[in-house]
Design a binder for this molecule. Structure first.
Ligand SMILES: Cc1cc2nc3c(=O)[nH]c(=O)nc-3n(C[C@H](O)[C@H](O)[C@H](O)COP(=O)(O)OP(=O)(O)OC[C@H]3O[C@@H](n4cnc5c(N)ncnc54)[C@H](O)[C@@H]3O)c2cc1C
Length: 528
């Protein structure tokens, strides 16, 4: 593996290199387009203004799902596409995308009732071409979730969806795109789309976030995959359709805060919106809210105290004996949905479908979901095709990830479960990760599924520029450990000292900046 493959800086304003395609945005949408474009044989560059997956794509609810509620809104095509994509990802990315069992309790005083849910789940299963739900009577359900609210409780359903580490999904696509010949630069902001006399796109002007150095890259076409920022480069061609940034927040709690072993989804008593509590990476993840986000998009979104109370009220209504409080939470995580709105509906009723707009070599893709990244990538590349030569290869029917053969047999260093997880997150590079790590580093960071070895490995190979990249997105311990993992920062420094080119002073600055950021955007907000 090559380490830190980011591009070399050129002279200010210099036309640096000719590309077939430049993708702006290193979230799931940009990463999906990048991966497929490289596989099709295009010379492709991806640029991300901050870190890969820094935007919404590291802050989702971690579900690869059809979305039962989208089906309930009559969005059958979106649900069916998502279910099909989910099935493919479960087959193609074991260890990264895994089955998620979801329980829905049924109460006699709530809608939808048992029959409507049964019908809905049957249709949902049909989309996956198999029955994927089971009804549990009251006693059977209570054997699985003994502490659920008992008043008016009649039983409940279990159905299947899938769960992912969203940031690792983005990184696996980007890393495999790089390994196949693409280039991806983080901390590189596009400041201008360059056009010729006929207004055809001819390049982009970029600025390095730290050195402020500017370069112009020339290209045949640009794909604008900037999520909530998309209208900065490409105002909506439909006067009534615009991006409406909607914030969704989550709480992260220790696993023993609630006696659940599967995801549970229920209606919030205040507004009847679906809310869930899941197990993710050895912690409980509770989400989510859905509110207009009027803040500056260049700042990390954060969870308000009202959102914390709303989510806790929801969970406490269904687990009344537990009386969870803000003090039980380890961290919060907020993200901004790039939702396209035609008039202000109730946020949760806004469409989650994507759009693709084309303007003389600039193709914009925004909206949509994490789950449907591949479908969005192909729709976007199809719209971009008039500006590109014929693709070298047809890839639409091939698995999106590089095949990993025979690795589990080769490793005695870790268990099969750990190997599966590493292969899912790092693909073929899992082999190198194990090879370069001592047995001590192949153990888990207490309270998480993350191995110590993942930290120096990602620091070496995955374009880490700041400590926050490493702890919040390469591995996720910043979300999983109290105070963002403060107690381990010295150990992390030791593990990465010979890898990251930071002197003692820089380490101290990075630690300080990381802890400040964690406090501002990921801690549990105090009562005013
Ligand atoms: C709370 C919440 C929960 C969700 N849960 C789920 C879920 O469970 N399952 C699911 O399928 N979907 C879910 N979604 C939706 C999903 O997360 C988003 O649709 C998806 O992540 C959007 O990806 P994106 O790449 O389009 O945008 P982003 O991830 O935001 O990426 C856009 C990137 O563009 C970069 N950028 C912007 N301007 C520039 C510039 N000038 N130059 C260079 N780069 C630039 C940004 O820094 C950013 O990183 C959820 C969303 C939210 C908010």
């Amino acid at each position: 593996m090559k380490s830190n493959q980011a591009g070399q800086a050129g002279q200010a304003g210099q036309i640096d290199e000719q590309w077939d395609l430049i993708v702006i945005g290193g979230g799931i949408t940009g990463a999906g387009v990048f991966r497929e474009a490289v596989r099709m044989g295009y010379k492709t560059l991806l640029v991300e203004q901050k870190d890969f997956s820094w935007g919404t794509s590291s802050r989702s609810s971690k579900m690869v799902h059809g979305g039962l509620r989208y089906m309930a809104q009559g969005k059958f095509l979106l649900t069916m596409t998502s279910v099909r994509e989910r099935e493919k990802l479960l087959r193609e990315a074991p260890g990264l995308v895994e089955i998620l069992e979801i329980l829905i309790p049924v109460y006699s005083d709530q809608k939808p009732g048992k029959h409507t849910l049964s019908l809905g789940l049957s249709i949902y299963g049909l989309m996956a071409l198999e029955k994927q739900h089971t009804y549990f009577n009251k006693n059977e359900f209570l054997a699985i979730v003994p502490d659920i609210k008992k008043a008016d409780f009649v039983g409940g359903f279990q159905f299947l969806d899938a769960q992912v580490d969203d940031s690792r999904l983005v990184l696996r696509l980007i890393n495999e795109g790089i390994a196949s010949g693409g280039r991806a630069d983080n901390y590189t902001e596009v400041t201008e789309i360059v056009r010729d006399a006929e207004r055809m796109v001819s390049g982009v002007r970029v600025k390095d976030a730290e050195t402020k150095e500017e370069r112009i890259f020339s290209t045949r076409a640009v794909i604008n995959a900037t999520g909530s920022w998309a209208e900065t480069f490409h105002p909506s061609p439909k006067p009534n359709l615009h991006l409406r940034p909607l914030r969704g927040s989550h709480l992260i709690l220790p696993k023993d805060a609630l006696p659940i072993s599967r995801t549970i989804s229920f209606l919030h008593p205040d507004d009847k919106r679906p809310v869930f509590a899941s197990i993710w990476e050895g912690r409980i993840l509770i989400g989510t809210t859905d509110l207009d986000h009027d803040e500056d998009l260049s700042k990390e979104p954060s969870t308000t105290r009202e959102e914390v109370e709303y989510l806790l009220d929801g969970i406490n209504a269904y687990f009344p004996d537990h009386k969870l409080t803000a003090e039980d939470c380890i961290a919060t995580m907020a993200g901004v949905r790039p939702v396209l709105s035609e008039g202000k509906l109730d946020p949760s009723k806004e469409s989650r479908e994507n759009v693709v707009w084309s303007d003389k070599g600039l193709v914009t893709v925004t909206g949509g979901k994490l789950t449907t990244f591949r479908k969005m990538a192909f729709d976007t590349l199809k719209t971009t095709s008039p500006f590109l030569p014929k693709p070298g290869k047809k890839v639409e029917n091939e698995p999106v990830f590089a095949e990993i053969n025979g690795m589990s047999e080769n490793s005695d260093a870790v268990s099969e479960v750990v190997m599966r997880r590493l292969c899912g997150r790092y693909g073929k590079a899992a082999e190198e990760l194990i090879k370069m790590s001592s047995p001590d580093d192949l153990t888990q960071i207490p309270g998480t599924n993350t191995l110590w070895a993942e930290i120096p490995f990602t620091a070496k190979y995955e374009n880490v520029r700041h400590l926050e990249d490493l702890l919040l997105r390469r591995v996720r311990i910043g979300l999983l450990l109290p105070e963002g993992g403060k107690e381990y920062l010295d150990k992390i420094q030791k593990l990465c000292k010979s890898i990251l080119p930071w002197d003692e002073k820089r380490w101290e600055e990075e630690k300080k900046a990381y802890l400040k950021l964690w406090q501002e955007a990921y801690s549990v907000p105090k009562l005013n």
